[in-house]
Design a protein around this ligand. Structure first.
Ligand code: KIV
Length: 270
């Protein structure tokens, strides 16, 4: 008989219950089997197969070159090892620019093992979000700083500081929730705005550089281990806090998210 305690398999309903209880959940990127097992061990609730793999694994200077084949392959790698976390997979650049593409490509990612797909954008995603949700594919919409639009945005800049832009973000978040989004992810948004959106919606909100009041937090794993060449303000290296190498750093991150000590004020934007 196994000496390990069986962990609960996390579903969307678990994440909604965590939100309803006023608690927090941890999300981290993983792209392979080995790190997936460590995240399961550390009780990381959500694994994001992020298109950040284009930068941290493939060495590109943005996420734009990442393909559907890349995302299917890495989702399969994560799925094979996963025993308990909820798997969310990014739809890569231009894979959801029409409703038809969104449906076909999201279906391919779900077949590869995703439990949810993530799309970057705002109001223009309304019809594809509705289409996917109605056909049984859970959708996370990524708003704020959306790295696939980096050429239009003009840099990795905080979004929503301008009052008009902030009002638009709240309105679009509500619209996408009504269209069927099950999770919203906010990147590089002032704490006050992210808090307002979290309190306005009735779905979980995951933040990265969005302050301490969102339901969940996400980091790119390489950032958490301090091995990324770029160190944005919202990143913390958890390796120095670990007495058990990488496994300990992942656990320290998951614990810090759940007890509310991460992100600290120095990781947040006004
Ligand atoms: O691709 C990714 O890792 C992401 C996170 C930065 C949220 O989308």
């Amino acid at each position: 008989m196994s000496t390990q305690t069986a962990r609960q398999h996390i579903t969307l309903s678990t994440l909604n219950k965590i939100r309803a209880a006023g608690q927090k959940f941890a999300c981290l990127t993983a792209y392979d089997a080995c790190f997936t097992s460590l995240m399961n061990e550390a009780s990381v609730e959500v694994i994001l197969v992020g298109d950040s793999l284009g930068m941290v694994l493939q060495g590109h200077d943005s996420t734009l070159p990442v393909t559907m084949a890349d995302m299917v392959y890495h989702t399969q790698c994560v799925k094979r090892a996963n025993s308990s976390s909820f798997i969310m997979t990014d739809m890569p650049f231009m894979s959801y620019s029409t409703d038809k593409d969104a449906l076909e490509n999201a279906a391919a990612l779900m077949r590869a093992g995703a439990g949810m797909v993530k799309l970057e954008g705002g109001a223009w995603l309304e019809s594809s979000t509705r289409l996917l949700a109605e056909r049984g594919i859970p959708v996370c919409v990524h708003m704020g700083l959306t790295p696939q639009s980096i050429n239009r945005i003009g840099g990795y800049l905080v979004q929503g500081r301008d009052p008009v832009q902030a009002e638009n973000m709240v309105r679009e978040a509500v619209l996408l929730q009504e269209a069927g989004a099950s999770i919203l992810l906010l990147e590089c948004v002032p704490t006050a705005l992210a808090t307002r959106i979290t309190e306005t919606l009735n779905i979980p909100v995951i933040g990265i550089g969005a302050g301490p009041h969102t339901t969940g937090q996400v980091l790119v794993m390489h950032d958490l281990l301090g091995i990324s060449p770029i160190k944005p303000k919202f990143v913390k290296n958890f390796l120095p806090e670990s007495d058990n190498g990488i496994a300990g750093a992942i656990k320290a991150y998951a614990d810090a998210v759940k007890n509310g000590s991460f992100p600290a004020p120095e990781h947040c934007f006004d």
